[in-house]
Design a protein around this ligand. Sequence first.
Ligand code: G3I
Length: 339
Amino acid sequence: GSGLNEVARRSGRIFGASVRMDQVSAEPGLANAVASQCGMLTPEIHLKWNSIEYRKGQVWYQPVDALVKHARQNGQTVYGHTLIWEQGTPDWALHHLHHKKDWDFVAAHFERLLKRYHADIPVWDVVNEPIDTQNGSKGLRRNTFQRVFGSGYIEQALHTARHFAPDAKLMLNDYSFEYDNHVEADRRATFLKLLERLKAKGVPLDGVGIQAHLDLGKGPLRHQIIGPFLQAIADMGLEIYITELDVKERDYRATAAIRDQRVADEVARYLDIALDQRAVKGVTTWGLSDKHSWLKVERGDRVDRRRYGNPAPNRGLPYDVSMKPKLMYKALERSLGGG
Ligand code: G3I
């Protein structure tokens, strides 16, 4: 075979992307790329609690079932995203937790997903985005789970997940660890402390997901910042996956060719640092095509209004809106192949 996963595989790694089955079924070009490039698929939304059970009692497994089947047919593995994430939890469930303070209710959610999918999904983000250093809560994100169950909810979640999935790899996944600024320095330090605490207590944790939503507005990526951070994680015996790679542009005024070069350079710079670390087992991009990127032009970005009007103007994924591979694809290929 060829494709990005084949390149990654030769150096003992895996390449994947997040997918939505509604998009994969509707777009043959996307389906082709998913099949030919990816060794691992992450459901972009389908496994979140508010996708599984948006309305209380109406459980909807169909898109996850379809994804798992698709992956099995194509010899791909699946990355489970995510068991706990406040933003991905339906309001009725948050309301229930707030009033009943009922861990069994959380455990029952884990149980149904882990029992149904443990054979097809060997790795899980047990808690997504547990940290936040900006709110005076000593680094843990204040959310319903933290308020109701206290800061121990993270280890409780890991123990519960281990109970229902004895063989799965259990992960914590978080963002903003890349750049050389105070906010991200605090986030790195806080995350490492959390991991150390969990490891010291013998909590079942196998690895971490580093989202890696890169941002062209955040300054140069530095080996001396990212390298030691990843090394500290590796030294705890944890595996690392780059789970949500993409690039937010800030200046949309240049030609597509120039913008694509900037995006590709950022990806190459990041991966050349991250893949120096052997504990990094895989790289997943958050989607394949700019058409479906969650990244959009924001207030404060520099936009040429005459050129604007493109429905998905951010060019931070390997394929453009018409599934043409861009320079970012080449950068991935080169970096995954060892430079
Ligand atoms: O399906 C409904 C549609 O029926 C409705 O009309 C529409 C109106 O808002 O909403 C649609 O649901 C949206 C869903 O994506 C499908 O498009 C949700 O509102 C929207 O919140 C959801 O966004 C996803 C987001 O997570 C929240 O689940 C993004 O696609 C997804 O890329 C994003 O992914 C997150 C990771 O899980 C965690 N890390 C950050 C990353 C980016 O935000």
